[in-house]
Design a protein. Structure first.
Length: 121
């Protein structure tokens, strides 16, 4: 299986929303209320200073992760990554693959840059 991990685009939001909703609806993992709105989800994945990636196979989004600064201003060089994987794709190593992508892109390649205030391609 050849998984493509790329920067999330606004056109991906419908699929991101479906995975997000599937995960939060039980109310047992993330802090979101099970009835959180699409607007809340959109801001979470595409908000200011958020860098999001999707993992896709054959044009279908299977999971996603986002990177944000842990703290504002002088602490913005410390990153926090959050991951979600669709129920269909769990147990197949997708979370690990996205974690490895995160490490390659952000940990190894941005030496000396501020993670969430610098444009990274």
């Amino acid at each position: 299986m050849n998984i493509n991990i790329r920067k999330a685009e606004e056109k991906d939001f419908k699929d991101i929303w479906n995975i997000f909703k599937e995960i939060i609806v039980k109310g047992d993992t993330y802090v979101f209320s099970p009835d959180s709105s699409e607007e809340i989800a959109y801001d979470y994945w595409f908000g200011n200073k958020v860098i999001s990636y999707v993992a896709e196979y054959d044009g279908k989004i299977l999971g996603m992760y986002k990177l944000i600064a842990n703290q504002p201003d002088l602490g913005s060089h410390v990153a926090n990554a959050l991951f979600m994987v669709s129920s269909d794709s769990r147990g197949k190593g997708l979370g690990r693959l996205m974690g490895e992508h995160y490490n390659q892109v952000f940990i190894m390649n941005i030496r000396g840059r501020v993670c969430c205030t610098t444009e990274i391609k």
